[in-house]
Design a protein around this ligand. Structure first.
Ligand code: IMP
Ligand code: MG
Length: 178
């Protein structure tokens, strides 16, 4: 395990909240009063999911799912496993899968396919961040915060070794070898 410092702030708390306002408006415009199930992908999306949910109306249900890809802590592999599934009945409903960040796209590609097999009305993807340079699967992101360069980031739900998720801003991580 390497030590990590907070390096540069990429997005301040204020910038993030304004961006979530915009994404919330887009979702309201697209779905109106129809039932929508927000599915936050644990653990990274817990803050974005909550922030987004607060912008939406009474037509919204919230659930969480946990997926894991084999491999070490900063690189995902193509083998995705479901560690926790949703409890909500999504039959005939619009589903929005919510991610903190899309990196290779392996996780979202797998989950989108999984939900397309379930009897949902539609599947969309909301990702606060995207690292297009690292993409292995061509995932369509319906609602996106920002595209970022290929740097490891922490905060706003995103961790290094389970720490820094609670930062209200997003920063780059600086790895310090001892
Ligand atoms: P993917 O399957 O490669 O797209 O993996 C996406 C997941 O990897 C995200 O949900 C994050 O949990 C994790 N991840 C990818 N990049 C970062 C990063 O820069 N910081 C923290 N977590 C990351
Ligand atoms: Mg994640």
């Amino acid at each position: 395990m390497r030590n990590v410092n907070i390096k540069d702030i990429l997005f301040t708390e204020e910038e993030i909240q304004k961006k979530v306002d915009l994404i919330g408006e887009q979702i309201k415009r697209d779905f109106g009063d129809e039932d929508v199930v927000l599915i936050g992908i644990l653990r990274g999306a817990f803050i974005f999911t909550a922030d987004l949910a607060k912008r939406l109306g009474n037509n919204v249900m919230i659930d969480f799912m946990e997926a894991s890809s084999y491999g070490n802590s900063t690189v995902s592999s193509g083998n995705v496993r479901i560690l926790k599934d949703i409890e909500t009945d999504v039959n005939g409903k619009h589903v929005i899968l919510i991610e903190d960040i899309i990196d290779t796209g392996n996780t979202l590609e797998f989950l989108r396919k999984l939900f397309e097999k379930r009897d949902v009305k539609s599947v969309s993807i909301a990702a606060f961040l995207s690292k297009p340079a690292r993409r292995k699967k061509d995932v369509k992101i319906d609602y996106m915060g920002y595209e970022i360069p290929d740097k490891f980031v922490i905060g706003y739900g995103m961790d290094y070794a389970e720490k820094f998720r609670n930062l209200p801003y997003i920063a780059t991580a600086e790895f310090i070898d001892e």
